[in-house]
Design a protein around this ligand. Structure first.
Ligand code: ADP
Length: 343
């Protein structure tokens, strides 16, 4: 072949970001770039294709490209992860390129899981609605008005659950995908007061005391809608996972170049092993309790996304049976490289 072996080929391969190995007409390794050497653990030396690649599949791919005079592709799994391999004939040599697809495979798996979970979550209220509608037809035929009313109320509540799930899925998608959002001045105290007002009725019904340690104002630049999602989800959980006669303490204090918000409840708490996982989509410690409190399993995933979009962090501390403390730290202005867009 006219030239790509020797220093020329080495330089060419060194410029490639993916693992690249060049095999000569006798299928011996002529050159490899550092990612290629690292992938197959190849110190400088002389190797046949079999010695270099270790797997028959990849050797066959090189042979196939050489024999057909056209590039050959395959996806394969090696010890270090998932690879996409392309063997391309270059004169009488064969260039083998390998791209690490492990991260991509993981993202695909997470996406597949998400679709499966979301569909599963939707099936429950849809089956409920179907069954209640059937029962309603029967009780209407029987002119049983009391039972019909009860079924209609349950139907409305299942439909509301489905509606909430869809709204939350859409919020999550918007938080993940929308990249340009204007920053607005947001007063966290006003937002907290509005959301405390919203949950006041439910808190009263469970005899919950609300303790408010808030300054007169706490302004940050952010998205009012997203910050409302943070506050509302934390307060909804503090009410829903509390015990009757308990309390909810909401505290806001300056921290670093921003504010630290704490929402503390005296509820059921979260087992230590679940603490890291409660921010995952659809993760619930106790599914029955979550359903009973109207939960969808998406609230804290939304909180985490919204907080991170503002350049902040969220964490939780909890003692089982005693209560939980959710801590959110938000900078006054989201750093320039967050997705919120320019002020
Ligand atoms: P859900 O809609 O189920 O409330 P979230 O994403 O808001 O979903 O929360 C995930 C899970 O974390 C809940 O199902 C619950 O098990 C647990 N959790 C959240 N907040 C609290 C809290 N304040 N106290 C105890 N457990 C909580």
């Amino acid at each position: 072949m006219s030239g790509p072996d020797g220093p020329g080929a080495v330089q060419l391969l060194a410029a490639l970001p993916d693992a690249a190995l060049l095999f000569g007409p006798d299928r011996r390794l002529v050159a490899a770039n550092p990612p290629g050497r690292a992938l197959f653990d190849l110190p400088e030396g002389s190797y046949t294709a079999t010695q270099a690649l270790g797997t028959a599949q990849l050797v066959d791919l090189v042979e196939e490209a050489a024999a057909s005079d056209a590039p050959a592709h395959m996806a394969t799994r090696v010890d270090r992860g998932d690879l996409e391999a392309i063997a391309a004939p270059v004169g009488d040599h064969v260039l083998l390129l390998l791209r690490d697809q492990t991260a991509r495979s993981r993202v695909d798996a997470v996406r597949r899981d998400f679709v499966a979970n979301a569909s599963h979550e939707m099936k429950t209220p849809v089956s409920g609605i179907q069954a209640l509608a059937d029962a309603l037809t029967v009780t209407t035929d029987q002119r049983d008005h009391d039972r019909s009313r009860e079924l209609a109320e349950r139907l409305a509540s299942e439909a509301a659950r489905l509606g909430r799930l869809i709204t939350e899925l859409l919020s999550l998608r918007r938080l993940e995908e929308e990249s340009e959002r204007p920053l607005q001045p947001v007063d966290l105290v006003q937002l907290l007061d509005e959301e405390l007002e919203r949950v006041a009725g439910r808190a009263r019904a469970h005899d919950l005391r609300i303790v408010r340690h808030l300054p007169t104002a706490a302004r940050i630049a952010g998205s009012q809608a997203d910050l409302r999602l943070v506050v509302s989800n934390l307060l909804d959980n503090a009410v829903g996972y509390n015990r009757d006669g308990g309390s909810i303490t909401v505290e806001l204090a300056p921290a670093g170049d921003g504010w630290r918000l704490e929402v503390v409840d005296t509820g059921i708490g979260i087992p230590r092993d679940d603490l890291d996982r409660v921010f995952e989509r659809f993760y619930r410690v106790d599914i029955a309790r979550s359903r009973a409190s109207g939960g969808t399993g998406l609230g804290l995933a939304i909180v985490r996304h919204a907080v991170e979009r503002h350049g902040g962090v969220v964490r939780v501390e909890s003692i089982l049976g005693e209560g939980s403390r959710f801590v959110v730290e938000l900078p006054v202005t989201a750093p320039a490289d967050t997705d919120l867009g320019p002020p």
